[in-house]
Design a protein around this ligand. Structure first.
Ligand code: FO1
Length: 321
């Protein structure tokens, strides 16, 4: 196919994934890449529908993100949460004064009957994003963390309990009933779709929720298009977040090979970091094409370089070389 017509899908969680999405959005126009985002982190809090990963990507692509922490908005103030605390309200989840607007708008739109996909389109358009960001499903799916102290709703584990409890597994409440939206279905059925990139997000709590939506997981497993993933583990550690801690607690080695193994029935190719070269043969032995790249993204140029590398890898797989 003419390269200019090839389309791609990128699957992302929050902070780590959003970095690569920004690189992909910088090199591919809005008609050539669509982002599908985890909504297992979503929850209802203080009467608001919060979609952290959708918002992280929205703020990132709009150039509004708080770059230090990766989530929330830049230049944020915290008067609301301070006042809420004073009244004895639940203040463990930090909702910034300007961030509140997106949650209020989403909640209102959902209440008036819009789907999460329609709501996300309206919110992303408002901040000037041309690319399409799709929730993995319009149906509610909620990640449950099985921990030593019992089951925890994802944000209780992640933010309130600071990822401290030892985990033994995860489940995705509602996934058995969840389907993909007609908008996502149209992307999957588009004859110009040329490949899928799984961003370097947490495999257990950012990517598995998407696989748990059977219609999407089954499509990924059966598609003849190249599906590639980028390792979120570099040098035995996660770039950000609790991925490595979770792997230890699940008795899985904290190696890129273990992540590749986790994805093996869904992917054709795997990207590892330069400092993990020694894992290349182990990953190839899983039957996966493997390339080495600089996967740690500090600057915008790093994001663009890795995005280009991912697209070139898919093209290579498509050409059979
Ligand atoms: N992450 C935190 O670690 N602490 C917070 O207080 C927090 C608040 C928050 C508010 C809005 C939002 O969209 C995201 C927020 N996040 C916060 C990030 C969120 O928990 C994400 O689920 C994780 O980053 C995992 O992707």
């Amino acid at each position: 196919m003419n390269e200019a017509r090839e389309k791609y899908l990128a699957i992302s969680g929050g902070v780590g994934g959003a970095k690569l999405c920004l690189g992909l959005a910088s090199i591919l126009s809005a008609d050539r890449i669509t982002f599908v985002v985890n909504t297992g982190d979503d929850f209802e809090h203080l009467g608001l529908h919060i979609s952290p990963d959708l918002d992280t990507l929205t703020y990132t692509l709009a150039g509004l993100s708080n770059r230090e922490v990766g989530w929330g908005r830049q230049g944020e103030t915290w008067n609301f949460i301070a006042a809420l605390k004073q009244f004895g309200g639940e203040s463990w989840f930090n909702l910034g004064d300007s961030d509140l607007a997106i949650h209020v708008m989403r909640t209102e739109m959902l209440k008036s009957g819009a789907t999460l996909t329609q709501t996300t389109a309206a919110l992303t358009n408002s901040v000037g994003i041309k690319h399409t960001i799709l929730p993995m499903s319009d149906d509610p799916v909620r990640t449950i963390v099985h921990s030593e102290g019992g089951d925890l709703a994802f944000q209780h584990y992640f933010v309130r309990d600071r990822c401290e409890p030892n985990v033994s597994g995860f489940s995705f409440q509602g996934s058995e009933r969840a389907t993909v939206s007609k908008e996502l279905r149209a992307c999957l059925d588009d004859p110009a779709l040329s490949g899928v990139v799984i961003c370097p997000s947490n495999p257990y709590v950012s990517i598995d929720p998407l696989f748990a939506v059977a219609e999407f997981g089954d499509w990924l497993q059966s598609t003849s298009l190249p599906v590639i993933a980028i390792s979120p583990i570099v040098g035995g550690e996660a770039i950000k977040g609790p991925t490595a801690k979770m792997m230890c607690e699940l008795s899985v080695p904290t190696s890129p090979a273990a992540v590749a193994q986790h994805y093996v029935d869904k992917i054709d190719g795997f990207v590892i970091d330069e400092r993990d070269r020694e894992w290349r043969d182990d990953i190839k032995a899983l039957g996966l094409e493997t390339i080495v790249a600089q996967t740690v993204m500090v600057t915008l140029a790093d994001r663009i370089d890795l995005a280009q590398c991912a697209i070139d890898f898919i093209r290579r797989l498509n050409s059979g070389n």
